[in-house]
Design a protein around this ligand. Sequence first.
Ligand SMILES: [Zn+2]
Length: 462
Amino acid sequence: MKSTTKRGFIVLLLVAVFTVGLVYLAFNLGTNAEKWATLRVNNHLVNDGSFIGAGNVLDRNGEILAQTVDGERVYNNSERIRRSTLHIVGDSEGYIASGVQTAYKRELIGYNLVTGIYSLKKYERGNDVTLTIDSSVSAIALDALGSRKGIVAVYNYKTGEILCSVSSPNFDIRNKPLTEEIEKNQNGKYEGLYLNRLLDGLYTPGSVFKIITASCAYENIPDIESWEYECEGEMFINGVRVSCPRKHGKLDIEKAFAQSCNCAFAEISKKISAAQLTNTANAFGFYDNFTFGNSFTEESIINLSDASASDVAWASVGQYTTLMNPYHALTIAGAIANNGTAKLPFVVKNFASPSGRVVKEMTPEEVVYTTPENAKRLKELMRSAVENNYGDWNFSGVTMCGKTGTAEVSDTEKPHSWFLGFSEDEKCPLAIVVVVENGGWGSTTAIPVASKVIKEASKVIS
Ligand SMILES: [Zn+2]
């Protein structure tokens, strides 16, 4: 009897050990299977360092941007399309971490926990991905930006779909610069080459920030609609000079915004507190990190905690220490166009199996920045700026609203040139951000870029 109990105990012990082992195995499989299946040593996936296991990468019209042919990853035949879509499509080796080919590796090889990479073994290719990108608009954006550093991005503010996002510097993936060449180069030609400036860029906004200051004024100054100011070309706050390029004369808030009068905005800054300006900026997404594939955008920064009255005046015109991310800026334009709520910009429409079955559809998130009433007032200011200052002739056929920025960065460099805007016409719901690094005036550098890209984008969207 005693030995039977002992044997029973041993069997129970064995069963327990076996069960613990099974649980451990299942846990390990569940948490590591994807990692094991997608290891770069797996020769279904990687050939000579290149990620061949992915399906096709297509633009919104079915144009193939990347595919695997005979065990090689090959890209679109047009160099303009290869360069202009580089930072969105990504490279085969994964240097461009935010590129779709790296960010959505799991979806592109068709991995799932139940069947592993069965689809890849059966069809010899993973899932296809259709992007929201339009390759013809992207190519025009590349032409417009040229070899200058910066970013041009356009999106549909009703759906969140990005039509183009061109980041410069870029390179032709068929003639990738050698790592030694990139490392040895001293003149900044390759600065941030693998970064998508839409997501990773952080720039002084200059007068683009007047959108936020104007919003703060509407929220906090009761008589702002009847307020008037006489610009003499300069003014002083505690002995610190704030200047305009010329005397703007008598202005109300609409004219001050349209003519981008620094003195008028410095005067407005005296009527609002640093805390109020910070609160408005925060409500409009400063310090937010937006998710983009497997990446997060850089957060825009405003810090007025130790700011003097003259610092707040300079902050109100987008200088001081304020920095803005272009993706975030695009969401601000999108929100104002869309009654205060931004659809967040994205690039992946869907994933489909090699047999054409859609396996994953992407839907945009949205974020509320302001009330519809306030969005309407800001829209009127931005409409007036295009109509009465920059000129509607820049955007023939499209009723644009916008704001330029000429952001001072140092005594020795030219300012960054910005344009942030959107079409008022809801049948052509486009919003655009342009930043040309050290490009000079917003009106003479960024607007011509925006003009060419909006013209092309409006053709494909309407
Ligand atoms: Zn002025």
